[in-house]
Design a protein around this ligand. Structure first.
Ligand SMILES: [Fe+2]
Length: 308
């Protein structure tokens, strides 16, 4: 069957098997048969996607995996190697021998063809992420689109710090799901208009541990890696944070980034009990806490990435 972009756009609107994390990736199963699947992807600009090696005894016989870029521009990272794919380019692996990270330099659409069925597992994994993110937003009403904003800003900071692509991939999910533990905190507490009592505050602080555990419970490799960031996103550089009171470089750099972007987002968003600060005031406040609450290099990269 010949596939053109026109065909794709027609098929997309039918009842295809579809999975989506709106601000990161959408995937549609276009065709499958004889153990081969053709999956259409749309990756948002600035988002990451990976191919992971299979853990099997004889990797030489692993499936053939091909990416064919139909629109946009993708950067591909393997070890220290970096290549750019433009529209019409393709890249194949047999097998995928090491983690290969794809970065949407612009919004990009591509076909992913794999000689082994992967879509079912893939859909379960992405649906899990989507379900978790939606649950937080529904429960923690005032933070509408908070997850996506924190993720986008954290990725900007991470790129300004030149973090490795695999770290950025972990940061993408850690930042998106940083407050997922709030699904285990009672709604009355999350939406309490007044000040929390000491015991309520202790319970609220546990959203870090709950979040870490929720991601670990999924058993998915990329969420397991992101669990570290989620567990540490309220730690502070001088050791005054929670839940462990970690200090300085003992705090994962991804968590240190989320600490800054989450604080900035909180300062610049209206809350029930106070109105938003103008962005320049929030930036100045974060700069004044450089080296005390916040990692100095993260603050520098944050300021740089917000500069016009
Ligand atoms: Fe939090």
């Amino acid at each position: 069957m010949h596939l053109s972009l026109d065909t794709l756009s027609i098929l997309k609107n039918r009842s295809l098997s579809k999975v989506t994390i709106d601000s990161i990736v959408q995937a549609f199963l276009l065709a499958s048969g004889d153990d081969t699947e053709v999956i259409y992807h749309r990756l948002s600009a600035g988002s990451y996607w990976t191919l992971e090696p299979e853990s099997q005894e004889n990797p030489v016989n692993g499936p053939l995996e091909t990416i064919y870029l139909t629109a946009g521009r993708l950067k591909v990272f393997r070890d220290s190697e970096e290549i750019t794919l433009a529209e019409g380019d393709h890249i194949s692996f047999r097998p995928v021998s090491q983690q290969t990270v794809f970065y949407g330099d612009t919004e990009s659409t591509f076909l992913y063809i794999c000689s082994k069925p992967v879509f079912h597992h893939y859909r379960c994994a992405l649906e899990e992420v989507n379900h978790l993110a939606l649950t937080i937003e529904q429960k923690d009403g005032y933070t509408s689109h908070h997850c996506a904003r924190i993720m986008q800003l954290s990725m900007k900071v991470g790129r300004a710090m030149r973090l490795a692509p695999s770290k950025l991939y972990t940061l993408q999910f850690g930042a998106y799901l940083h407050d997922v533990g709030k699904v285990r905190v009672p709604s009355e507490l999350l939406n309490k208009p007044g000040k929390l009592t000491d015991s309520e505050w202790e319970l609220m602080k546990r959203h870090t541990i709950y979040g870490r555990d929720i991601l670990l419970e999924t058993g998915l490799p990329y969420l397991t890696q992101a669990s570290l960031l989620v567990g540490q996103h309220h730690e502070r550089y001088d050791g005054s944070g929670y839940p462990f009171g970690l200090k300085g470089e003992d705090i994962d750099i991804g968590a240190a980034i989320i600490a800054v972007t989450d604080s900035y987002d909180a300062m610049t968003t209206d809350r029930q009990y106070r109105s938003a600060k103008p962005a320049p005031d929030a930036i100045a406040e974060i700069q004044s806490l450089r080296g005390t609450l916040y990692h100095p290099a993260v603050v520098d990269a944050f300021v740089k990435s917000l500069a016009p």
